[in-house]
Design a binder for this molecule. Structure first.
Ligand code: PLP
Length: 960
């Protein structure tokens, strides 16, 4: 069978039945009726003919073989590490983990929330700071986030100091972010005394990019004296041996957790971290897992402080971080759980041991080592290309620093043969034992990872079961449809996913010279070419590592374009009220002022309001950011008009391409007015969502914007004050989350032009089928031409809420008892549920969802009919744990059976959530963001708090 027939859920007969139900003869007829004619693309996409799964894997194997894996002793932020097989197979390669969604619905996400809380605890402990997030996109953008945080927190200063000892890519990404905020960025050696004034803060390296370890205390004190903040960019593994930045008074710590068991992946995806002092916690970007309690008083995890998120704060958001490499954070956290504090220290000691033996052997051979004190990286003086080439021939990658020195950075997989080979590369013979090279005064004295979870697992059996125990608590795509609007939770083709851990892909260091990475580059360029064709643009950059980073990169391209033309005054970004929150947050990160344009009655852009805003701001308009089809799930026919109007006054048109599942193969944003779009490859193009990342958010641009595509942070340093038009790097490596690009490559290669079009058509069919079947129970809020929706539909509960008290959140929680992940809650319209079924769900699964929703509607009717009060209803008290429906106490008027088995289909397919409804407000009032003590879970049954009313007003983490 061809791949696309496996990808699309319904069989031909089922497709026909669904078409009949909504009154269309064929998929083509449906698409003709749904999509405004003027928007359709001419002809079909020019893509190669589709491959079977086996052919696609054979081709990927060919590409993989074109890479020469040099064993990485390069460092610069990326180190060889060993992913324990139990974690690789149990997490990275396990659909239960990789197909989960961001844990906005905490009751069905306790497993991954626990894993992320473990991540936060590791980071918090090792950095010695009060609170850590989970997680950020990469080390370089984490530094950029730190610059943003410092400038928000310290209003007075205008200058930021970046340590010249930071990795070059970190300096370049952070410096550009600072410049966008109009900060004065000074790159200076922070191992020397600080003289600058007017500071917002400084980022100091610990250790430096050359491996040198310098006490960060003097710079921390000096910057504090001048009123600034200090961020320490730390090596997470080195912190097992080095004293924690928090102990020296650092305000912020950042870094990457790649070397905690996450493969090199040719640069990403890897989870970065940020930890801050308590006083900065509300300013911290990214997600934060916190501990709250459920309706019965049991501890339960949830995303905390969500009101600071972009969804609600929009242009006032602390950052635009949404998708954030969660699967990789989980992987790193599991690595920490498996090894524990003693194991991590042992690994760090072994690495340090190799580095010291190497350094001493080099010295004994009569050569010089640049830095006397280091953790894992040794710089050999008077060495150059010759040594680099010789070692490459022997299969090793080392880093040529300048014409006079070569750096060798040790990782977890080093052995004595490697050490011998490396020494030989420099002409040194014997291995000599080395002295410890960690400065005595910086030697770690504080304890870390003392919590039981890091000290109770020693065997593989225990680890396997811990991973399984957490995974079993969660609902992911491997168990049920996840009908989240605007999220496109569709099938992730195993034929593509499987290849990401192939060593010829996974073990390639991002700074490996091009001559060894032909396979990687061919694959990525081929994919970029296909995406260019699919979007109708002229070029695509693969660098952004999330949709929101794509937004930022696209807006920066627009900003730089205007600047290059002397249009410095163009600093306004028009954004419709219905836009995804990241749009406004990204615009403000790009230092654009946001002007909101209203929504018309029918959900489209209010053209009169748009005209007014354009007339008022014409000369200052940099761009409009629109989502197509809009977040209202409708193909608006005004999009071309909107684009023309903005172009007429000299603005640029950004089309958010997160909803490409409604367009691929039938219409192209580059053809209907867009100058730039980002795509969420972790939606339409099948990269799994991973519980909140990996993300890949490439941008496509028209020809005039090509010079402003993201530059390479490692090689293209653009000095401050340079007048030359240039692109701005947004991630530390040129191809961002390169390591998962095989997945969209495989999806497109196996689908071909017709397959992609069929996927889109079936996605539109599924949404219209659900809308049609549910419209009587829950009215569909917006429809477009011919009463049709696009690939998702919004169900309006406002009237039901007004009449019965039942909220959209109640329905979302009740769906858990039916075994479903809730649809998107209250976005983009309050009091609604947005359903996106995708093409991958078969008719039986769609019908199961429809049955559940109709059954819930009947439960609501009992309240309408006065049979039961809202507060006492089965729906308001949902969801129900196995414990709650089996213990003696049962304080409800409805039966246990109605609570747990409301429809027959559940009898042989029941999911019980591990917790009852979570008290959202309690968690924010009592913020706790590290692992709670084990006793916290030890509530004896007779001490149970009575099942009480909890505040169920929708809070942000309910949303989607
Ligand atoms: C319409 C839209 N734009 C942008 C984004 C942001 O993408 P990401 O989460 O990858 O940053 C999303 C994510 O949900 C989205 O739905």
């Amino acid at each position: 069978m061809d791949y696309i027939s496996r990808h699309i859920g319904p069989t031909r007969d089922e497709t026909q039945e669904m078409l009949e139900a909504i009154g269309y003869a064929s998929l083509d007829a449906l698409i003709d009726a749904a999509i405004p004619q003027g928007l359709r693309m001419d002809g079909v996409l020019k893509l190669p003919k589709p491959l079977t799964e086996y052919e696609a894997q054979a081709r990927l194997q060919e590409l993989a073989k074109k890479n020469t894996v040099l064993k990485a002793f390069y460092g610069q932020g990326f180190f060889s590490t060993l992913t324990p097989p139990v974690i690789r197979r149990g997490v990275v390669e396990d659909a239960g983990w990789y197909t989960a969604y961001t844990p906005y619905q905490p009751e069905i996400s306790q497993g991954r929330l626990e894993a992320l809380l473990n991540f936060q605890t590791v980071v918090q402990d090792l950095t010695g700071l009060d609170i850590a997030n989970a997680s950020l996109l990469d080390e370089a953008s984490a530094a950029a986030e730190a610059v943003g945080l410092m400038s928000r927190a310290v209003k007075k200063g205008r200058r930021v100091l970046l340590d010249s000892r930071l990795h070059p890519q970190v300096i370049n990404v952070a410096a550009e972010r600072g410049r966008v905020f109009d900060l004065e960025v000074e790159v200076t050696d922070l191992s020397q005394p600080v003289v600058a004034e007017d500071l917002v803060g400084a980022i100091v390296a610990y250790p430096g990019t050359e491996g040198d370890i310098v006490d960060p205390s003097p710079v921390i004190d000096a910057v504090h004296e001048r009123g600034g903040l200090v961020c320490v960019d730390a090596d997470i593994l080195a912190l097992t041996l080095l004293e924690a930045p928090g102990e020296f008074g650092a305000d912020i710590a950042i870094g990457t957790t790649q070397r905690l068991g996450v493969p090199l992946f040719y640069g990403g995806p890897h989870a970065a971290f940020m930890a801050v002092t308590d006083k900065l916690r509300r300013q911290m970007p990214g997600r934060l897992v916190g501990v709250s309690k459920d309706a019965e008083g049991y501890p339960a995890y949830r995303l905390a402080l969500q009101t600071r998120e972009q969804h609600i704060r929009r242009e006032k958001a602390t950052s635009n971080i949404c998708t954030a490499q969660a699967l990789l954070a989980v992987t790193a956290s599991m690595y920490a759980v498996y090894h524990g504090p003693a194991g991590l220290t042992e690994i760090a000691e072994a690495i340090h041991g190799y580095a010291t033996r190497f350094a001493t052997s080099i010295e004994k051979a009569g050569m010089r080592v640049r830095h006397a004190q280091f953790f894992d990286t040794v710089v050999v003086e008077d060495a150059g290309q010759e040594a680099v080439d010789k070692l490459a021939k022997a299969g090793y990658l080392v880093r040529k620093l300048d014409d006079e020195a070569v750096a060798v950075a040790f990782g977890e997989d080093c052995d004595d043969d490697d050490l011998r080979a490396l020494l030989e590369g420099f002409g040194a013979g014997e291995i000599s034992e080395g002295e410890r090279r960690i400065p005595a005064e910086l030697q770690r004295k504080t304890e870390f990872m003392t919590h039981e979870v890091f000290n109770s697992i020693s065997s593989e059996t225990q680890m396997m079961r811990y991973i399984r125990k957490l995974g079993d608590k969660d609902l992911a795509l491997d168990r049920t449809m996840i009908p989240l609007g605007s999220c496109t939770m569709k099938l992730n083709p195993t034929a593509g996913v499987e290849t990401i851990t192939w060593p010829e892909f996974a073990n390639v260091h991002p700074f490996t010279p091009d001559e060894y990475t032909a396979g990687w580059r061919e694959l990525i360029e081929e994919l970029a070419g296909w995406l260019t064709e699919i979007t109708g643009y002229d070029a695509v950059s693969m660098q952004p590592n999330s949709g929101a980073t794509g937004e930022y990169a696209g807006l920066m391209a627009i900003r730089q374009y205007h600047l290059s033309r002397g249009d410095d005054q163009r600093d306004i970004c028009i954004i419709p009220a219905s836009a995804h929150g990241t749009n406004a947050a990204s615009a403000s990160l790009a230092n654009l002022r946001v002007v909101v344009v209203a929504t018309a009655e029918d959900g489209s852009i209010d053209m009169a309001d748009l005209d007014e805003k354009i007339a008022k701001h014409a000369d200052n308009i940099a761009a409009i950011m629109i989502t197509y089809p809009s977040t209202h799930g409708v193909y608006e026919d005004t999009v071309r008009d909107v684009a023309d109007k903005i172009h007429a006054v000299g603005g640029q048109v950004y089309i958010d391409g997160a909803n490409m599942n409604a367009l691929t193969g039938v219409a192209r944003p580059g053809d209907f007015g867009g100058d730039v779009s980002h795509l969420n490859l972790h939606k339409t193009f099948t990269i799994p969502h991973g519980g909140g990342g990996p993300g890949v958010g490439p941008i496509g641009v028209g020809e005039h914007l090509i010079p402003f595509l993201p530059s390479d942070a490692n090689t293209d340093y653009v000095a401050e004050g340079s007048d030359a038009a240039h692109g701005v790097p947004v991630a530390g490596t040129y191809y961002g989350s390169a390591g998962v690009t095989q997945i969209p490559w495989a999806y497109i290669a196996m689908s071909g032009a017709e397959g992609l079009k069929a996927a889109t058509s079936n996605a539109v069919l599924a949404a219209n089928y659900v809308a049609h079947e549910l419209n009587d129970a829950f009215p569909v809020l917006y429809t477009g031409e011919n009463g049709l929706v696009a690939h998702e539909c919004i169900l309006d509960l406002n009237d039901i809420t007004a009449r019965t008290g039942v909220t959209a959140a109640d329905v979302a929680k009740r769906l858990v008892d039916y075994g479903f992940h809730a649809p998107t809650l209250a976005f983009p319209v309050a009091g609604t549920l947005m359903v996106e079924p995708t093409e991958s769900e078969d008719k039986a699964e769609l019908d199961r969802f429809i049955e559940a929703m109709c059954s819930i509607r009947e439960e609501i009717r009992q309240i309408e009919n006065g049979e039961i009060e809202y507060e006492k209803s089965v729906i308001h008290n949902a969801p129900y744990t196995a414990h709650s429906v089996t213990r003696t106490e049962w304080p409800y008027d409805f039966s246990r059976e109605q609570a747990a088995y409301p429809v027959d289909t559940l009898v042989h397919q029941k999911y019980f959530p591990p917790v009852r409804r979570i008290d959202e407000a309690y968690g924010d009032r009592n913020l706790q963001c590290a692992c709670p003590p084990p006793e916290a879970f030890d509530i004896a049954v007779d001490e149970l708090e009575p099942v009480e009313e909890i505040d169920v007003t929708t809070t942000e983490e309910n949303r989607k």
